[in-house]
Design a protein around this ligand. Sequence first.
Ligand SMILES: Cc1ncc(COP(=O)(O)O)c(C=O)c1O
Length: 456
Amino acid sequence: MLSEKITEEEGHSQTYSSRFFEEPIPKYSLPEKGMPANAAYQLIHDELNLDANPSLNLATFVTTWMEPEATQLIQESLHKNFIDHDEYPQSEKIQTRCVNMLARLFNAPDEANTMGTATIGSSEAIMLALLGHKWAWKKRRQAEGKSVERPNVIFGAHAHICWEKFAKYFDVEMRVVPVDEGSYTLRIEKVEPLIDENTICVGGIVGSTYTGEIDPIQVLNSLLVTIKREKGWDIPLHIDAASGGFILPFTNPKFVWDFRLEQVQSINVSGHKFGLVYPGVGWILWKEKKDFPDDLIYKVDYLGGWMPTYTLNFSRGSGGIIAQYYNFLRLGREGYTNIMQNSLNNARYLSQLLQKDGRFTLINRGEELPIVIMRLAPSVEGYTVFDLSEKVREKGWILSAYTLPKNAEEVAVLRVVVRENFSHDMAELLYGHIQEACLTLDKEKREHTKTHINVC
Ligand SMILES: Cc1ncc(COP(=O)(O)O)c(C=O)c1O
């Protein structure tokens, strides 16, 4: 592994006919000497050309395009460590403004003392929220003189991996509600038997990673309200609105899923998904400051001035937060509404094309969120969604193909996340390439069968 001699595998070989590099450059050990900046740039730049084109990456929820002015602001703040509040007080004020705007967007009651913070993404936000709920449960139990031995958290098998990570990393029993073939959101009748006095929180998802569907949040809230009245267990509902949190308030503001519901105590949202910011920003909000235990808030003074901190990490760039604020000012409610509505229209248009085609069964047609999920119709034989995903990749498109969670793992789907940069035109181009790919796969299948028969 740690050989002296640099083999072809271990080193970048000489490139540009010695214009830049005369000796191979090691890939896995620190080079003894440096190189000119332009040479280092060119070497890395060329290698990164092998990455896909982010605009055609329809597998990701994450933003791949921002306006040049936003990029400029990000560049201008690249050298600012956000955690240095004393040195960069304006960046922190901007975070507070964003938290306030989001609290209002999620209908925090006027009288509530809502609190929140920027995170690196929804994963950190969810872990922080659940940690707060675990701590609050523990304090409540201790005050009642009860055991704090076996806390549990309840969420659906369709939840993002970060829910499971939380349970493992923070030693909480996870009670996972299975999905069924044909029904991929939280089944309330399966939630109720899992709840007990040690439940720190129940999770509801507004836009599942697997199918883009929304859990029955209002029914879940009613169940927890009933349990609170009948048994005295005040179990919070955390809403994972990683993608839906930046869509529903604009496209369907009357739909009640947020702080308007009694048991919804915390909500996360990814700024870098439909918040329209480049990767690196998420948000967590608590309806009431009292819902987040004080003992999880640290006050440090090593950056000059006393500074409260309650994120899981410490240093971070400020660019994502600044860029979020840029989008809020630049777009306003009207701008976000136009973009989200447009994305929904394009998702629905693509769904119509796929539906008419006959080769696909649509699981999500972009009705609530701009996410299209399809499986191959039972009549399609000889190839899978994985083959199809690979085939369209030849044209540059990236569509994720995967199987649904346990109990529905027989169902293999293709996902298209329709973002702002995906136009009506692109829907037609993509559909054309999907059709082409299907025809090629059909032909390959026929040829394979013919050869097979000949050989036999
Ligand atoms: C529903 C849901 N929750 C959480 C996450 C994790 O979000 P992030 O990538 O912002 O950490 C995702 C990511 O796709 C998601 O879809």
